[in-house]
Design a protein around this ligand. Structure first.
Ligand code: ATP
Ligand code: MG
Length: 137
């Protein structure tokens, strides 16, 4: 069954949005198959966002991701990669539709509270980066 990697970033955890976000994925019908709270090192954040290494905001982004606890999760279900991104909304919360997580709960792109894998290959890589095989149910 299809799986994706979803992470609540330090701003989402700090703002107390964990239950709100998990509820949206659960109510849709997706299944939580792994979950843990971790403070990633900066080197780990750089690995996670490696594809963005040439972007001007890369350093700030990696500092931010490693600034506090991140709730790392794997969700499973038909179409979960694409539909998970729909639940999350556009990257820039100013452009996210109301009804989406970022649309309802965030204002600026640098503090957009949640990450979701953008395709099957990234989902596989990110799940393997964040979780060991025996942590997956
Ligand atoms: P994510 O990968 O976190 O799910 P995304 O796939 O919607 O987000 P990406 O293009 O992969 O968007 O960007 C990764 C993250 O980098 C964004 O979520 C955002 O936090 C940050 N980011 C993207 N563009 C900018 C920008 N112009 N300025 C500052 N931060 C940005
Ligand atoms: Mg992305």
């Amino acid at each position: 069954m299809e799986r994706t990697f979803i992470a609540i970033k330090p701003d989402g955890v700090q703002r107390g949005l964990i239950s709100e976000i998990i509820e949206r994925f659960e109510r849709k019908g997706f299944k939580l198959v792994a979950i843990k709270l971790v403070v990633p090192s900066k080197a780990f954040a750089q690995k996670h966002y490696y594809d963005l290494k040439d972007r001007p905001f890369f350093n700030g982004l990696c500092n931010f991701l490693s600034s506090g606890p991140v709730l790392a999760m794997v969700w499973e279900g038909e179409g979960v990669i694409t539909y998970g991104r729909k639940l999350i909304g556009a990257t820039d919360p100013q452009k996210s539709e109301p009804g989406t997580i970022r649309g309802d709960l965030a204002i600026v792109v640098g503090r957009n509270i949640i990450h979701g894998s953008d395709g099957p290959e990234t989902a596989k890589n990110e799940i393997n980066l964040w979780f060991k095989p025996d942590e997956l149910t």
